[in-house]
Ligand binder design. Structure first.
Ligand code: IMP
Length: 423
């Protein structure tokens, strides 16, 4: 079975935990887009692991974890993650595979990302990890790939070409002193030595696995509304976070995908700038942020919080071909008297029941809510669906009814045990 896990909101839905659970039954786990802007937090035996690039499935013995061609790899970040895993006694040799076609994040990408943000009138609030500039170079056909890192002659030539143009831009546009060829060349040759054993043709490896009927899990990073095409552009990331990205970013044909599972938080969060129709007012925003520990895993920035927005998730179900939904962090809603689900937006007398991509509507539209009663008791204890408080079951049933999709997994805490599989 080949399954794609995809975020249905603005990322941080809790995909890491679902991926960790489902990885147990899989043979291969594949990252297909994004880079170290992502952050998956997985808690195992009270130990917390934060992954930015390596699929969290690496925590399971014997699983092959791939960083696909669609990912942009910051070698400094990758080496750090490898070292953390090794220091924790987790052996990754023979299990970590990095696509030779994945593009490299270079020091100038990170600096350019940060400098551009300072110049923008309408900031995106990027993670500053160089993601946008790296993907821009890929599309501009001047990017440097993993395979180039393995060939010092090609690497030297490409780096020289890039610095020739980029240093001019840095100096003239940004008044930045630019980058030294020798320093980057030396630093990256060290990464080459450190990473060469992991670099291979992951698309060949994965297609062989498909032929052998192995099970593959494709782990999406970010979420549908950060997707470069279908997100709240320009407040998006620079990759195809939606399920279609899994095929492009791994080299596996769409006809080989069996299922797409969507992941949604029981409410909504967003890091960075951009419209957020169902956002809470400030005091309640802070209350839920603290209760749900809503701080970015990559940058530590406070996440903005809001009600569950069914208009968004419905669009995500359509775009990704989602047949099952996992609802995360339901326990964060414990003890609230009233819960709200956003079912439409209203702007200038017009009702929007499907997602409006017009920034003006998204910014100024008034969310319309369905209100429901909350539950008093904590959700940490229930391990079976029937043991959930009846109002929690009603909340989930209402979401299923609006979205016309089955909720198959409910998460009520960060550990693997605090997960309910709905019959
Ligand atoms: P970038 O991906 O660093 O270019 O940032 C673009 C936008 O995507 C910003 O609003 C970021 O906060 C957001 N973003 C990027 N990665 C993640 C993620 O893993 N979770 C949540 N938001 C993200």
């Amino acid at each position: 079975m080949n399954i794609i896990i995809v975020g249905t909101q603005w990322g941080d839905e809790g995909k890491g935990k679902i991926i960790d659970i489902l990885s147990q039954k899989m043979d291969y786990i594949v990252r297909y887009q994004g880079g170290s802007n992502a952050g998956h937090t997985v808690v195992v035996d009270a130990r917390e692991f934060i992954f930015h690039l390596i699929p969290s499935g690496i925590l399971h013995k014997g699983k092959i974890c791939c960083i696909g061609n669609g990912v942009v790899v910051d070698p400094a970040s990758l080496v750090k993650e490898i070292e953390t895993l090794e220091a924790s006694g987790i052996s990754i040799d023979g299990r970590l595979k990095v696509s030779s076609l994945a593009h490299l994040i270079m020091p100038y990408h990170k600096i350019l990302d940060q400098l551009r943000e300072t110049k923008r009138a309408h900031k995106i609030g990027t993670t500053g990890r160089g993601i946008g500039p790296c993907y821009a170079d890929k599309i501009n056909r001047c990017g440097i790939r993993m395979i180039d890192l393995l060939n010092p002659v090609v690497f030297r030539e490409k780096l020289k070409d890039n610095l020739k143009e980029k240093n001019e831009i840095f100096k003239k546009v940004y008044r930045h002193s630019g980058f030294s060829f020798d320093k980057i060349y030396k630093e990256y040759l060290n990464y080459s030595r450190r990473l060469s054993r992991y670099i291979c043709n992951t698309h060949l490896l994965l297609n062989r696995a498909v032929k052998e009927k192995k099970d593959i899990l494709f782990e999406g990073a970010q979420g549908t509304f950060l997707d470069i095409d279908f997100g709240t552009y320009p407040f998006v990331t620079s990759s195809s976070a939606a399920s279609g990205g899994a095929c492009i970013g791994s080299g596996i044909s769409p006809i080989k995908i069996d299922k797409v599972i969507g992941v949604a938080k029981a409410y909504t969060t967003r890091v960075g700038e951009g419209p957020f129709p169902a956002e809470f007012p400030p005091a309640f925003n802070k209350f839920i942020r603290d209760k749900g520990n809503e701080f970015g895993a990559t940058t530590g920035r406070p996440r903005r919080c809001g009600w569950f927005d069914s208009v968004m998730v419905k669009e995500a179900i359509l775009l990704n071909g989602i047949s099952e939904l996992a609802i995360m962090k339901l326990d964060v809603l414990d003890g609230l008297q009233t819960l709200k689900i956003c079912t439409a937006y209203k702007y200038k007398g017009k009702l929007f029941r499907s997602f409006p991509y017009d920034l003006e509507v998204l910014r100024n539209g008034r969310p319309l809510y369905k209100e429901m009663s909350g539950w008093r008791q904590g959700l940490k204890q229930p391990r079976h669906y029937q043991d959930l408080p009846s109002n929690a079951k009603k909340y989930l049933a209402q979401i299923e009814d609006i979205l016309k999709v089955k909720i198959s997994i409910i998460s009520v805490g960060s550990s693997r045990e605090e997960t309910i599989f709905k019959p």
